[in-house]
Design a protein around this ligand. Structure first.
Ligand SMILES: C[S@@+](CC[C@H](N)C(=O)[O-])C[C@H]1O[C@@H](n2cnc3c(N)ncnc32)[C@H](O)[C@@H]1O
Length: 207
């Protein structure tokens, strides 16, 4: 039987959001891939590990080599199906070799934190990309949930949204470091966020 690549979501950060299913696979893994923070938290001395850095060839080559010897577990933040290394793994290995363990996305946690259902929200990513202008344009009742990065942060995105027809008085909730002890969640206006110090790598909920 072919060995599987297990892509395990580890939630938004804090260990309390890691599912028992993911934890079980991570603990049993002989070959473990993940970001440095995840490896520091979950790996043990008897596991053979590979860190995910900017050089994405390294973890892919590690998986290609180790999968011949046994199951490889790849830890990704949040949910694997939502902007993770799963895309790259699917480009390099057939889906039949991949098993995904879903988890809680930072986006889900952000909406949960403000007790706002997300079934009607438009979810878009500014993480290393820019959504199409049409998707960002204002319409009455629209709710946006946005992933950000360092360049596209709370300030730059607020300016873009005002340019896309949103009122400066629209509400933006900035959710940073979700689930960590220094989690910060606050609501302000787009106008104010556009002129304030940028918050990077956070979730923005705009309505
Ligand atoms: C490449 S995406 C990964 C999304 C991940 N797969 C998920 O489902 O949450 C990285 C972005 O997710 C958001 N993010 C991830 N963890 C976060 C956290 N703990 N608090 C706030 N935003 C977070 C930030 O916008 C960050 O730049």
């Amino acid at each position: 039987m072919e060995n599987k690549i297990i892509v395990a979501g580890i939630g938004p950060g804090s260990g309390e959001y890691v599912t028992p299913a993911a934890l079980n696979k991570i603990r049993l893994a002989k070959f473990l891939v993940g970001g440095k923070r995840a490896l520091a938290e979950f790996s043990t001395a008897n596991q053979i590990t590979c860190a995910i850095t900017r050089d994405l060839d390294a973890p892919i080559n590690f998986v290609r080599e180790k999968i011949l010897l046994g199951e490889v577990v790849v830890m990704v933040s949040g949910d694997p199906g939502y902007y993770s290394m799963l895309d790259l793994l699917r480009k390099n290995f057939p889906p039949s070799m991949i098993e995904v363990i879903p988890s809680i996305s930072a986006m889900q946690l952000a909406f949960a934190k403000i007790a706002l259902p997300w079934h009607d929200a438009t979810l878009l990513s500014f993480h290393g990309r820019q959504p199409a202008r049409a998707a960002l344009e204002y319409s009455a009742g629209k709710i946006l949930g946005l992933l950000t990065d360092a360049e596209f942060n709370s300030a730059t995105i607020s300016k873009i949204l005002i340019d896309c027809g949103w009122s400066g008085n629209s509400s933006v909730t900035i959710c940073a470091r979700l689930s960590y002890p220094d989690e910060k969640i606050f609501t302000t206006t787009l106008e104010h966020a556009a002129q304030s110090l940028p918050v990077k790598h956070c979730i923005l909920i705009v309505k």
